[in-house]
Ligand binder design. Structure first.
Ligand SMILES: NC(=O)c1ccc[n+]([C@@H]2O[C@H](COP(=O)([O-])OP(=O)(O)OC[C@H]3O[C@@H](n4cnc5c(N)ncnc54)[C@H](OP(=O)(O)O)[C@@H]3O)[C@@H](O)[C@H]2O)c1
Length: 361
């Protein structure tokens, strides 16, 4: 019998679910034992349910091919087989909120890739290098849900990962006004060029809901727990434009920043290169050794060359220079479906295990 924690993937047949399954192949702590999806897929072998929809570069792990897919809505059936679940279902926000809480109430922790609970005041939204202390709010959430073990934790949106960690590394210089334009990959919409041929040689200047997330989510990450809820920070203003570009994986951000305390270029670069957090201290299995790296070359970071830095878990920064209107400007790049989605959630789960929030049932 394996001593690994038994993991269920809700929405395991979808693009993010497939990424979870790929990342968890040979994971030292977690083993995918259960996969759930819509009633359309339930009852089929995983390999058959996915059919031609496998979107990963690596082959489907042999260990999951014969798992019989369950119906996400049969909560007790799924919950009894697992120690915790990752959630990547695509349903309405209200349905996702309800189903994630239903799993939590069966005493099954839920680590979610979805946005539904990102603003639920007692749900932690965590980038493990930035705000691991927000997991402390789980005790208040458990009181509300009436659970001893179950809870929901979420990771933030993929778009913020290319700049929010950088601004965090620069906190001592007090950034207070930020303008960001993101250039977002099509995999962020769950698509490849095969499913979305209109994106070849094209740019679409709209991604529904993305600008609000890009402006507000960093403030919640920088917030504090007060009276059992997370109160967002209010000392930084962010304005954004989010643009879909013909790139498969990798969100780029072009960012302008004003600081209250004027740093030198070298201070900013050192702060980036030296920034690390609890995942690095604890050597969590998915933690990048270096979270953020600064690249000196004028033509970096590039999606084609740099998106897979630290197995897609690291953040790339370049083109840091003084600006004539703002103080400094730079370009950031991160992997939207690894650090920005499933990989970020796996790192959250590793942190939760290390902190004692996720245990064997
Ligand atoms: N793609 C990204 O990079 C990304 C990034 C951040 C957040 N997200 C969010 O993550 C979620 C999943 O995204 P995705 O791109 O992986 O979507 P997807 O490829 O369309 O997969 C959706 C998954 O949800 C299941 N599902 C759909 N309708 C359902 C229903 N009514 N009841 C139960 N299960 C249902 C599907 O099962 P069947 O296969 O049986 O239909 C499939 O497993 C979405 O909420 C999306 O907004 C995606």
């Amino acid at each position: 019998m394996s001593e690994k924690l038994r993991v269920g993937i809700l929405g395991g047949t979808g693009m993010v679910g497939q990424r979870f399954i790929s990342l968890l192949e040979n994971h030292p702590w977690f083993e995918v034992t259960t996969i759930a999806a819509s009633p359309r897929s339930a009852g089929q072998r995983y390999e058959d349910a996915v059919g031609g929809r496998w979107k990963m570069d690596t082959p489907m792990p042999a260990a999951v091919k014969d798992i019989i897919v369950k119906n996400v809505n049969e909560v007790e059936e799924v919950a009894k087989e697992v120690d915790f679940v990752f959630s990547a279902v695509d349903m309405s926000k209200d349905e996702i909120k309800a189903i994630e809480e239903a799993y939590a109430k069966t005493e099954t922790p839920v680590v979610s890739n979805n946005s539904a609970h990102r603003w639920t005041p007692d749900v932690p939204m965590v980038v493990p290098e930035i705000n691991p202390q927000h997991m402390d709010v789980i005790k208040y959430q458990r009181q509300r849900l009436g659970t001893t073990r179950g809870f929901v934790a979420v990771k933030p949106n993929c778009s913020i990962q290319s700049y929010a960690p950088v601004l965090t590394a620069w906190k001592e210089f007090e950034p207070y006004e930020v303008v960001v334009t993101t250039y977002q990959a099509i995999s962020g919409a769950g698509k490849t060029f095969k499913d979305w041929p209109e994106m070849e040689h094209n740019i679409i200047p709209f991604i529904s809901g993305e600008e609000e997330k890009s402006e507000k989510e960093p403030l919640r990450i920088w917030g504090e727990i007060k009276d059992g809820v997370i109160v967002p920070a209010d000392d930084v203003k962010i304005t954004s434009q989010c643009i879909r570009v013909p790139v498969l994986n990798g969100h780029t951000a072009a960012v302008f920043v004003k600081f209250k305390k004027q740093p030198t270029k070298q201070q900013l670069i050192d702060a980036i290169n030296n920034f690390s957090g609890v995942p690095q201290e604890l050597k969590l299995p998915s933690a990048p050794k270096q979270f953020i790296r600064y690249m000196e070359e004028d033509n970096r970071p590039q999606v084609a060359l740099d998106v897979d830095y630290e197995n897609g878990m690291g953040i790339n920064v370049g083109r840091l220079r003084e600006d004539s209107i703002y103080d400094w400007k730079f370009v950031g790049l991160s992997h939207n479906t690894v650090r920005g989605a499933a990989g970020g959630a796996v790192l959250c789960a590793e942190l939760l295990k290390a902190q004692g929030y996720i245990t064997a049932k």
